[in-house]
Structures are given as structure tokens and as C-alpha cells.
Design a protein around this ligand. Structure first.
Ligand SMILES: Cc1cc2nc3c(=O)[nH]c(=O)nc-3n(C[C@H](O)[C@H](O)[C@H](O)COP(=O)(O)OP(=O)(O)OC[C@H]3O[C@@H](n4cnc5c(N)ncnc54)[C@H](O)[C@@H]3O)c2cc1C
Length: 404
């Protein structure tokens, strides 16, 4: 019988594991160890929190009382430093040992810092934690000259927030348009163009070097001999999965902690969830999913594995991003689509693009059109054959198409 579970990491994956365990009737000990102030949500760090519209307490994943109510022993500002798999214990930074019949690694990741010359200057920021966001917020004063490196999801959100705060923003990325694989070229182009509409200078380039001067930080961009001076540089170039504990415990690692479809690692007593977990399915390693809902579902799946109950049904992946007051949602995968269908007017108040293979929807992107994305998810999950002309007709209720 499993009497104790230790969850390392209090992000959405770790907290949803704990919640799903209790909701599933687990009566044993649950310990949640997290190195942050308390478990908080990460997406607002580039949006409301960075803009100063929400405080840290307002983005807590759960109120403090929730942990007591659910008998979850929370160790905040505490690091797990070793997994002793032979004895079934987790060691904390101060030597405390916690017994664990099962360990769930929910350790997330850290912001990538590519080896750019001059990149260790205090004017250079990354964004992963509330501490990062607080430091960056202090630097994003009106009129500040801000260079955002990387126009993917987080870079674009930071650029959008910075321009909202009155900064003078330059956004550089060597890829144009960024995010084509995730959202398809039509929407990727439209999304990138919105930066220009909002007054952001976009440059197709990478950063070659950075150099601190008394009046700012000089950035040399690829393809240019001239340096430009900024007050703030933000690197939004991806994340590195936090695998150190798993690695030291001898678990299989391959650019992530390798798990099977039950979230179990190469050690049957250790599970991994969220951003650092990398799924092996049918013998092939899939790319890691670095999105909020995927992390939450991993936690629910891990809890089902521990409880021996049925895991939540598989569903098409979904994520959202917000920029320039537009809410963008992506479901399924646009990368493999043979053709796309536009519903609504590109750039209108609400519109979507669906990706199709044959007569099946495989992915969709919606702008301020959550209803369309919800319907698309069901169309994908159920494999409903659709008529593309009906999909394109915004006067037809998508729920009608669901009936097949
Ligand atoms: C700025 C930002 C904006 C984002 N916006 C969106 C968005 O709009 N939409 C979307 O779908 N996704 C978004 N994401 C991605 C989403 O937030 C992540 O996919 C999600 O947070 C992953 O959750 P997690 O629990 O796996 O990891 P994390 O949230 O990283 O949590 C891991 C936790 O583990 C702790 N930890 C690590 N090692 C140890 C240890 N040894 N001991 C104790 N604690 C440890 C860390 O301190 C951290 O608190 C965003 C991410 C960021 C950074």
C-alpha cells in the first residue's frame, strides 16, 4: 500500500498532483516541497503581474488554508537536494529526510541563458520566477529602451507588456514569422505584424554581443555593424528542464526526464510531471510540452497512477497566450495540416484558422474566439469528418458540425 507521496516542485504540475490525489481519495501523507515563496501561477508573470495589475498573493495557485484543509504538508522556500531511491526518502537542503513510497518530480525548468558575450550584465533579464518578474518590472519604466530577444510566446508577451508600460521596445528574432510551427503561417504573420501596429520595432536578427556602458547596454545584432544602446535586455529564448535531481538519482534523462504514459520514470517509485517530463510513446520520445494545461493534466495522470484509477481521457493539447489585448488559443497541431480554413475575417474582432488533414480537423488557432477553439477540440478528439465550407461559414454554429 502506498502511504506517503512527496512532490518536489510547487508549480501547476505539482499542485495539481496533490489536488488530484486528495480528490481521488488518497488518505496517506502528501508532502509538497517548493523552493519558491509559495506555490504561485507562472503565466501572469509576463502579463498581469509584470504590468503591476496583480500581486504575488493574487496569483497563488491555492490560498494558504487549502493546504491545511487538504492535509498537504507544504515546505515552501525549501529545496529537495537528493532522492534516496533505495531507502525511499527525499532529502531537503537542511538535511531533513522525508519518507516517500512515491516521489513525484514536478521541478519545472529555468530560463535559458544562451552564451552571449556580455550576457551576465545586471541589465540583462530572463523571466521564469516571481523574483525575475519583480526585478524586470522595476526596470520597465516609461521611456526605457528595451530590447527583447526572442519573439516566441514569452518574448512577445513581455514586449506587449513593456509597450503598455510606455517603454520603447525593439523585438528581435532570427526567425520570421516566429511560431509558424505552432500556429501556422497565416496567424503567425498576423500575430507578428501586431507588434509593429503597436509601435514595437521588430528586427529579423539574433544578438551577437552585449556590452555595458555608463549610459546603457550596447547590443550588436547579427547582420549589422552598428551597436544600439538599450536600458534593458530581456532574453526570451526558451527554458531548460530542471533534471538535476533525477539525473543524480540515475533516472533516464534525454533532454527531459523520460516518462511513460503513466508519468512513471525509469524507476517505478518515481514519477515526473509538467515541463521537465518527456513522454516516450510507442518507443519514440516526443517533444516536451511546456504549457500550463499539459502540466496540470500530467499531475492528474500521475495521481491516477498512484491511486491505481483510470487516468483522465486523452485530449488534443491546448494552450493560450495574450498579447496586445488579444487572447490567442491553440488546440491540436497546426504543423501537420495539409490546408487551412479561415473562419471570420483575419484581424477582425474574433476569428479562427483551422488546420485540416483530409476532412478532419487536426489543429485550430483562435483570436478572441474561445467558443471556436472549444468546438475544434471536440472535433479533433472525436475525429468528426467535416465539410470545410461549413467550417468557414461563421454563421453556422460549430456545435452543429459536431453532430457529424
Ligand atoms: C512567464 C511565463 C508565462 C507563461 N505563460 C503561459 C501561457 O500564457 N499559457 C500557457 O499555456 N503556458 C504558459 N507558460 C508555461 C507554463 O507556465 C508552464 O508550462 C507551467 O508553469 C509548468 O508547470 P510546472 O509545474 O511543470 O513547472 P513550474 O511552474 O516551473 O514549477 C516548478 C517548481 O518546482 C520548483 N523546484 C524545482 N526544483 C526544485 C527542488 N529541487 N526542490 C524544490 N522545489 C523545486 C521551482 O521552484 C518551481 O516552483 C508560461 C511560463 C512562463 C515562465
Amino acid at each position: 500500500m502506498i502511504g506517503s507521496v512527496v512532490i518536489v516542485g510547487g508549480g501547476i504540475a505539482g499542485v495539481s498532483t496533490a489536488a488530484a490525489l486528495r480528490m481521488g481519495g488518497f488518505v496517506g501523507d502528501i508532502t509538497l516541497v517548493d523552493s519558491g515563496e509559495f506555490p504561485y501561477d507562472r503565466p501572469p508573470l509576463s502579463k498581469d503581474f509584470l504590468e503591476g495589475r496583480k500581486s504575488l498573493t493574487e496569483i497563488a495557485l491555492q490560498p494558504p488554508q487549502w493546504y491545511d484543509d487538504n492535509k498537504i504538508r507544504l515546505f515552501s522556500e525549501s529545496r529537495a537536494t537528493a532522492l534516496h531511491t533505495a531507502s525511499g526518502e527525499v532529502e531537503l537542503f537542511d538535511g531533513t529526510m522525508i519518507a516517500a513510497d512515491r516521489v513525484v518530480l514536478a521541478t519545472g525548468g529555468r530560463a535559458a541563458r544562451p552564451p552571449i558575450k556580455g550576457g551576465s550584465s545586471p541589465r540583462v533579464h530572463v523571466l521564469r520566477t516571481a523574483t525575475d518578474a519583480t526585478r524586470l518590472r522595476a526596470a520597465l519604466t516609461a521611456g526605457a529602451r528595451v530590447l527583447v530577444v526572442g519573439a516566441g510566446l514569452i518574448g512577445a508577451e513581455v514586449a506587449s507588456t513593456a509597450v503598455e508600460l510606455g517603454c520603447e521596445v525593439t523585438l528581435v528574432d532570427p526567425v520570421r514569422p516566429p511560431l509558424t510551427a505552432a500556429v501556422g503561417s497565416t496567424i503567425a504573420t498576423w500575430m507578428h505584424d501586431q507588434h509593429v501596429v503597436r509601435g514595437i520595432r521588430t528586427v529579423r536578427a539574433g544578438v551577437e554581443s552585449l556590452h555595458d556602458t555608463p549610459v546603457g547596454i550596447e547590443a550588436r545584432l547579427s547582420g549589422s555593424d552598428e551597436a544600439t544602446t538599450f536600458d534593458v535586455v530581456v532574453l526570451g529564448v526558451g527554458m531548460v528542464p530542471e533534471t538535476a535531481l533525477a539525473d543524480a538519482a540515475g533516472l533516464e534523462i534525454d533532454r527531459g526526464i523520460v516518462v511513460d504514459q503513466t508519468q512513471t520514470t525509469s524507476n517505478p517509485a518515481v514519477l515526473a510531471v509538467g515541463d521537465p517530463a518527456r513522454l516516450r510513446r510507442d518507443g519514440a520520445l516526443l517533444p516536451r510540452t511546456e504549457h500550463w494545461e499539459a502540466a496540470q493534466r500530467d499531475g492528474q495522470r500521475a495521481a491516477a497512477t498512484i491511486l491505481g484509477t483510470t487516468p483522465p481521457a486523452d485530449t488534443a493539447s491546448w494552450f493560450w497566450t495574450d498579447r496586445h489585448h488579444r487572447h490567442i488559443e491553440v488546440v491540436g497541431t497546426m504543423a501537420g495540416a495539409e490546408r487551412t480554413v479561415l473562419r471570420g475575417m483575419l484581424g477582425g474582432l474574433a476569428f479562427s484558422v483551422f488546420g485540416l488533414v483530409g476532412d478532419q480537423v487536426v489543429g485550430a488557432v483562435s483570436i478572441d474566439d474561445s467558443k471556436a477553439v472549444r468546438a475544434a477540440r471536440r472535433l479533433i478528439d472525436r475525429g468528426v469528418a467535416i465539410d470545410a465550407s461549413q467550417l468557414a461559414d461563421a454563421s453556422i454554429d460549430l456545435r452543429k458540425l459536431l453532430r457529424g
